[in-house]
Design a protein around this ligand. Structure first.
Ligand code: NI
Length: 161
């Protein structure tokens, strides 16, 4: 296992649309192991592959109740309700802001055994999933802030870049 280099705001890979994973092979399994180790080393609760420079649809989330969730090619198939909670991101260090999200979501994905799985989550885990799935589309949480709020963090973003 290895700790991977974390890509931060300004790195082009964070703005790419990640590729579908065609096959869950050893390369993907190794990527997932390294992503988990990197997430722990950086003190994050979730990580998407583009954040370690790999433009593939893979996310990991650390949950207290269910351990680590690994999702390959995740797709949100249902959304319900609204929430607005403070978020941060390892790729945008030092910036925290409330973000509007769905309160509850259902996601379809593959697991590490290439089985199709469907999970429904609400609250904190639903927010974490939406945040990480956004990374796979090339979005960062700061893209979802109001223009006024974005103006407030402009200088901080310049510092990171
Ligand atoms: Ni993030």
């Amino acid at each position: 296992m290895a700790i991977l280099k974390l890509h931060k705001y300004g790195s082009p890979v964070l703005r790419e649309k990640a590729m579908q994973v065609a096959k869950v092979d050893n390369e993907i399994r190794e990527l997932v192991e390294n992503m988990i180790e990197t997430m722990y080393a950086e003190g994050g609760v979730g990580l998407a592959a583009p954040q370690v420079g790999v433009s593939k649809k893979v996310i990991v989330i650390d949950t207290e109740e269910k351990g680590i969730i690994v999702l390959i090619n995740p797709v949100i198939i249902k959304r319900e309700g609204e929430s607005k909670e403070e978020e941060g991101c390892l790729s945008v260090p030092g910036v925290y802001s409330p973000v509007r999200r769905s309160y509850s979501i259902t996601v379809e994905a593959l697991d590490l055994d290439e089985n199709k799985i469907r999970i429904t989550q609400e609250g904190f885990l639903a927010i974490a999933l939406q945040h990480e799935i956004d990374h796979l589309e090339g979005y960062l949480f700061i893209d979802r802030l109001s223009p006024a709020k974005r103006l407030m963090i402009k200088d901080k973003l310049k510092e990171i870049e």
